[in-house]
Design a protein around this ligand. Structure first.
Ligand code: 5RP
Length: 237
């Protein structure tokens, strides 16, 4: 599953998490296909990728973005952004994760962009996850699971998670429920052990009012570039 893919970068001073993110953001450039449109995720690791992508912007047609934040960053760097409906297939989607397991299943949505992330991932042939090594887990569930919910269903969805043994809280911003790019709310669920990500995603996705659950099992990663103090580890699934 795991192959070392880059020379050792070990140095006297341990790399910070930010430096590990820069490392994998730059390493992801090798998966960008010249002449094509690339799918771009959201988050602090993806921001490093976007910055690196700007160095080869003349070699690509542009990007499909998974959030208003990434769109703004791409445009500021002069990278054209296409609506996902303008594009049929993308050969690659590059995004971070809050957790990734040994099969490429992920928890995502820490940046509240999970719905658009899942849409762009679904239209892409390959998902390349970029993450520092703290994101690699044996079983998903330690990171609070983000779920995008239509506000009128929040109470009922939270009760359904309580029935599963979870504790769901509405994500707040400045003391008010955070509003996503899609005008919905996020609940974050702790206390879950997601032993079967495919079954879990299928089940929760059926609940009325759930827009998107942050388990990416149907849209899992095929590749993970994991930043470690020894360099980039490439996991393939
Ligand atoms: C945003 C996401 C991000 O990919 C995830 O939260 C990881 O972010 P970061 O790279 O900042 O750790 O799913 O909705």
């Amino acid at each position: 599953m795991s192959t070392p893919s880059s020379p050792s970068t070990r140095s006297a001073t341990p790399m910070t998490q930010d430096e590990l993110k820069t490392l994998v953001g730059q390493a992801a450039l090798q998966y960008v296909v010249p002449g094509e449109i690339v799918g771009v995720g959201t988050g602090s690791t993806v921001n490093k990728f976007i910055d690196a992508l700007a160095t080869m912007k003349d070699q690509i047609r542009g990007a499909v973005s998974s959030s208003q934040a990434s769109t703004a960053r791409l445009k500021a760097l002069g990278i054209p952004v296409f609506d996902s409906n303008e594009v049929t297939r993308l050969s690659v989607y590059i995004d971070g994760a809050d957790e990734i397991d040994g099969q490429g299943h992920m928890v995502k949505g820490g940046g509240a962009a999970l719905t658009r992330e899942k849409i762009v991932a679904a239209q892409s042939d390959r998902f390349v996850c970029i993450a520092d090594e703290s994101k690699l887990v044996h079983t998903l569930g330690k990171f609070p699971l983000p779920v995008e919910v239509i506000p009128m269903a929040t109470r009922r969805v939270m009760a359904q998670f309580a029935d599963m043994g979870g504790d769901a809280r509405v994500r707040l911003k400045d003391g008010q429920p955070l509003v996503t790019d899609n005008g919905q709310h996020i609940v974050d669920v702790t206390g879950l052990t997601i032993a079967d990500p495919l079954a879990f995603e299928a089940r929760v996705s059926q609940w009325p009012g759930v827009v998107t659950v942050g388990v990416f099992a149907f849209q899992k990663a095929q590749v993970c570039l994991l930043g470690t103090p020894q360099g980039v580890r490439t996991l393939t699934f």
